[in-house]
Design a protein around this ligand. Structure first.
Ligand code: TRP
Length: 331
């Protein structure tokens, strides 16, 4: 069985784009792999030295991933800062991470440009912390987006370097987990591009949105004046609404509106009403679970505890071996 690991930033709420782009795959992945999912709260400090509501954000993310279907019994779902072992491995890896290579990382250069007043050592060594996250559990596969590929390459460099330095075949060299065909890109409601929370108010539908605001957002989605000839190709804004329909609506419904589009009888108002109702049906069970978990501190605490225990057992084993290999031995 392969060990798969993914880090989750404790920012924002899950939207449909996150759900279909990653979370749904995580839920499936946990059935067949030894999965570790963690909330990267140490990493937050590199950009937010005093996060406004770190605890509240971590809780919300935990509640939403649980609500979306991550099962603390099947996978190991934990909070990064519950594992001091990660900080210890980070310290050790930093001793063999070089200024030159860290300075060349694109994400570092970008963040340094964005926050020139706070180019801290944590920002520079973000890739060593991420490497520690990954190799502490000897992960084989890491699902990463394009923007994280270089960080994963750094992880491979650090893992190989450790193995070479101590002449051990100790850390596996982690590979990117490629979802390939399964990866669904969810468009936003503003007529262009993908769904994202930073794309402006109303562009994203969150799993925790109530029916009223879902209806409002969908009814305001960008459209045009409609097709003027049979079987026209769809402009992006319209194509986007159909793409959303394809993931939440029944096949016949999509077919019905496609036919209406092709014979120019379509009324976008009808399409949007249907789309909104289907999104509500799809998200409502998750929303209910998010709401009940958010007010159930015992359930959150139990999930965090189970996760921390499982993750720590795995991390402690690695750290024990690393210390032994380096020569930190008890007298
Ligand atoms: N850097 C990742 C991001 O910005 C989050 C992350 C931290 C991560 N540690 C990780 C992802 C380890 C995968 C593995 O999205």
């Amino acid at each position: 069985m392969e060990t798969v690991l993914s880090g989750i930033r404790p920012t924002g709420n899950l939207h449909l784009g996150n759900y279909f782009g990653a979370v749904k795959n995580f839920v499936k992945m946990q059935e067949e792999n030894n999965c570790f999912f963690f909330i990267a709260d140490y990493h937050s400090l590199t950009t937010h030295p005093k996060p406004a509501d770190l605890h509240g954000n971590v809780k919300q993310v935990l509640a939403e991933y649980l609500a979306a279907g991550l099962d603390p019994e099947k996978s190991t779902l934990y909070i990064q800062s519950d594992l001091p072992e990660i900080a210890e491995l980070y310290l050790i890896l930093n001793m063999n991470a070089y200024l030159g290579e860290l300075e060349r990382v694109t994400t570092f250069k970008e963040k340094a440009r964005k926050q020139p007043e706070n180019v801290n050592a944590g920002l520079l060594t973000y890739p060593t912390l991420m490497a520690a996250d990954i190799i502490i559990h000897k992960a084989d596969k890491v699902p990463v987006g394009k923007d994280q590929e270089q960080n994963l390459e750094m992880t491979r460099t650090f893992a190989r370097r450790f193995n070479r330095m101590y002449s051990q075949d100790f850390f596996p060299i982690p590979q990117a987990f490629n979802f390939g065909e399964q990866l669904v890109k969810i468009p936003g409601l503003d007529g262009s591009g993908k769904m994202g929370k930073s794309e402006g108010e109303g562009n994203a539908i969150f799993l925790a949105d109530d029916p009223k605001s879902i209806r409002k957002k969908v009814m305001r989605a960008v459209t045009d004046s409609g097709p003027t000839a049979a079987n026209q190709s769809k402009p992006e804004a319209i194509e986007n609404l159909f793409k959303l329909m394809e993931v939440v609506s029944a096949e016949e419904v999509v077919k019905h509106f496609n036919e209406a589009y092709n014979n120019c009888s379509i009324r976008y108002g009808d399409l949007k009403k249907q789309l909104a109702e289907d999104i509500i049906i799809f998200t409502e069970p998750m929303r209910d679970r998010i709401l009940s978990l958010s007010s159930d501190d015992a359930a959150i605490s139990k999930a965090a505890k189970i996760g921390a225990e499982k993750a720590r057992a795995s991390a402690q084993k690695t750290i024990r071996e690393v210390r032994e290999i380096i020569g930190f031995r008890p007298f």
